[in-house]
Design a binder for this molecule. Structure first.
Ligand SMILES: NC(=O)c1ccc[n+]([C@@H]2O[C@H](COP(=O)([O-])OP(=O)(O)OC[C@H]3O[C@@H](n4cnc5c(N)ncnc54)[C@H](OP(=O)(O)O)[C@@H]3O)[C@@H](O)[C@H]2O)c1
Length: 341
């Protein structure tokens, strides 16, 4: 179901405000991702990447507004008016990605449980005059029924999904030796199962409409590539290793299916969002400290990496965009002291 009038009244959470700060820092994170990504040439595609024309947008609280808003990214023109699903769009990285896609002229279905935040973002995008639209959808991704209803609503109202950004994710402080099974299930259900269900449904949606140039992007983590000696993130790290395997498996299955649909995972380092505050929900000072010891990535840095990946020519497969981490990311011992995710 699309959100009801009552649901639209949900107060925005602190994340919406936190993200509102924007940053004036000029970061090369997106370009680093571009440079370091594993890029391979896929089979020739009938699609032309097209070249974007300039899209002028008014000042935005988002850093992406500054970087991408005044200049549509070359290669993004072919995505105009097409539909992207962004999971976990109520805050953090998902909200920044949803906004960046709307700025590039896409129709974006943004889903999460806190749909009020997405409604607020949709209103901002509209009043800023961005060329795309953000469509808020309330969905608990730990429920398969909710996910299937969302895909069926998208099919009946907007035909289907062309881009799926599996971003929603969480960490609970449940260690391997004494953590709760329910905490592990929460992580597994969203980080692994929901991502897999959304991927399957997005692929089926593309297939039934003969969409051959779709894109599935998984927001992974550096924790999906190395295990940090910090016990409370070990199960989380296991879910992110699963995302690494799932993305590569997906890429292989898509090739076997002889489609040009692409699969990419983007693995950020530390990004300043509400993530650590949810992980350390009983110790906000510890959560805040996570983001204080280095200059972290902003959600917009990751959004820029997403735009880069989407803007590559259709014959280019960026399978693993690894290096989206802060310039000042410390060595492991420092990381251990800081208690980072
Ligand atoms: N922050 C970092 O340092 C960092 C680093 C590397 C990778 N990542 C990854 O980046 C992704 C986004 O994280 P973030 O930092 O933006 O965290 P965040 O600010 O906590 O946002 C998480 C998003 O996931 C959604 N979500 C969680 N459980 C959900 C559920 N059951 N149903 C629907 N939506 C759900 C949340 O929405 P609701 O709560 O409103 O449902 C929220 O929109 C995650 O996959 C995370 O693992 C983060």
């Amino acid at each position: 179901m699309w959100p009801t009038a009552e649901e639209r009244g949900v107060e925005p959470g602190p994340q919406a405000r936190q993200d509102g700060g924007g940053s004036r820092r000029s970061s090369d994170a997106g370009r680093s991702a571009a440079a370091a990504a594993a890029v391979t040439r896929e089979r020739p595609s009938p699609y032309d990447p097209g070249r974007g024309s300039a899209t002028q947008v008014p000042g935005s609280r988002s850093e992406v507004g500054g970087r991408l808003g005044t200049m549509a990214r070359a290669g993004m023109e072919r995505w105009r008016d097409r539909l992207a699903l962004v999971t976990g769009a109520s805050g953090g990285i998902g909200a920044a990605v949803a906004r960046a896609l709307v700025q590039q002229g896409l129709k974006v279905v943004g889903c999460a449980r806190t749909v009020g935040n997405i409604e607020e973002l949709a209103a901002e995008c509209k009043s800023a005059g961005y060329p795309g639209t953000l469509i808020p959808y309330k969905c608990d991704l730990s429920s398969e029924e909710d996910i299937l209803s969302m895909f069926s609503a998208v099919r009946s109202q907007y035909s289907g999904v062309d881009i799926c950004i599996n971003n929603a994710g969480l960490a609970r402080a449940d260690t391997l030796l004494s953590g709760s099974t329910s905490g592990w299930k929460d992580m597994f259900n969203v980080n692994v199962l929901a991502l897999s269900i959304c991927t399957r449904e997005a692929y089926q949606s593309m297939k039934e409409r003969k969409v051959d140039d779709g894109h599935i992007i998984n927001i992974n983590s550096m924790s999906g590539h190395r295990v940090v000696p910090q016990s409370m993130t070990h199960f989380y790290s296991a879910t992110k290793y699963a995302v690494t395997a799932l993305t590569e498996g997906l890429r292989q299955e898509l090739r076997e299916a002889q489609t040009h649909i692409r699969a990419t995972c983007i693995s950020p380092g530390l990004v300043e969002t509400q993530f650590a505050f949810k992980l350390h929900d009983k110790d906000p000072e510890k959560a805040a400290a996570t983001y204080e010891h280095i200059k972290c990535l902003k959600p917009e840095d990751v959004a820029e990496a997403v735009i880069y990946v989407l803007s590559t020519a259709p014959h280019v497969q960026v399978s693993l965009a690894l290096v989206v981490h802060p310039l000042e990311e410390p060595s492991h011992p420092q990381r251990r002291r800081a208690g980072r995710p």
